[in-house]
Design a protein around this ligand. Structure first.
Ligand code: KIV
Length: 292
């Protein structure tokens, strides 16, 4: 801010890497075409600042996950998230995104009651939230709903296996499809969801061999989380990836940073500076005269 009288808070910055200048926006046809090719990357985002950083990093897909109920709102599960919440966070993410494909998660009971409800709510996520697609959890039970939303021109990403909105039915966030019967049900769910028109399917919390089998059986890309390396892409919650969750270290997460410790250390350093009257220094302080 030196040399300027303007006070700017958190202004958007231009991309810092020249590499981004040749990038084109990631589209549904491109995602479909990545089946069996270079693996897709998807990371959750909930605000414009994170969206800008993840987009700058070349992430293909930003998912405004209903995990926001846990990592942003601090709830024990995703069930309390509303369509208004998803629309709000999608709009923020869309504002910070130039190239990535933005997917809005349809929250609990926004699509399970009637296909008409589903279409109306998906339409809000697209029109008001400015997402490019929606994601719905579930298999055969929601196939007609997926077909209805897709028929209206809204791309749908499926999500089978461990479906967090069914946390109580599953008895917790537990790996699914471990026995032959449960595995066959998940294979069937994934196939039905793809046949209903989903352009990609998230496979969450299932054994690696099962995910590899489903990936081979589908014409559309699979994106795994806790599903091994055999998928067409991988997704992580950004706070997990950055190590911002203090006590939670699930096996399927690779922490690429220790964000929790780093934020605590930065906040401690700020506190120490303020208490010692070291911050703000002269360089952070405006003078009385013009240009001062
Ligand atoms: O809500 C979410 O973040 C998700 C991903 C974990 C796939 O659904």
């Amino acid at each position: 801010m030196s040399g300027s009288n303007e006070v700017k808070y958190g202004q958007p910055t231009a991309p810092t890497s020249g590499a981004t200048s040749t990038r084109k926006p990631v589209t549904v046809p491109e995602i479909r075409a990545r089946k069996g090719g270079v693996p897709l990357t998807m990371i959750t985002a909930y605000d414009a600042t994170f969206a800008r950083m993840l987009d700058e990093a070349g992430t293909d897909i930003l998912l405004v996950g209903d995990s926001l109920g846990m990592v942003v709102q601090g709830n024990p599960d995703t069930l309390g998230v509303s369509v208004d919440d998803v629309v709000y966070h999608c709009r923020a993410v869309a504002s910070g995104t130039r190239y990535a494909h933005v997917v809005g998660d349809m929250p609990f009971l926004s699509y399970q009651v009637t296909p008409e409800d589903a279409l109306r709510n998906a339409g809000r996520v697209i029109a008001q939230g400015r997402a490019h697609a929606v994601k719905l959890e579930g298999g055969s039970a929601i196939a007609d709903t997926i077909a209805r939303v897709v028929a209206a021109g809204i791309p749908v990403m499926g999500h089978v296996g461990l479906t967090p909105q069914a946390v109580h039915a599953m008895g917790g966030f537990k790996v699914q499809g471990r026995d032959a019967e449960a595995a066959a049900r998940i294979v069937d769910d994934a196939r039905v969801v793809a046949e209903a028109g989903a352009y990609a399917v998230v496979l969450e919390g299932i054994p690696g061999e099962l995910a590899t089998r489903i990936t081979a059986a589908l014409d559309v890309p699979t994106i795994g989380i806790g599903a091994g390396v055999g998928c067409d892409g991988q997704v992580l919650v950004c706070y997990d990836l950055l190590g911002m969750t203090a006590n939670l270290r699930p096996r399927f997460v690779k922490r690429y940073d220790e964000g929790f410790e780093r934020v605590v250390a930065a906040a401690r350093a700020f506190g120490a500076d303020v208490r010692a009257r070291v911050f703000p220094g002269d360089e952070h302080t405006f003078g009385a005269g013009k240009g001062g």
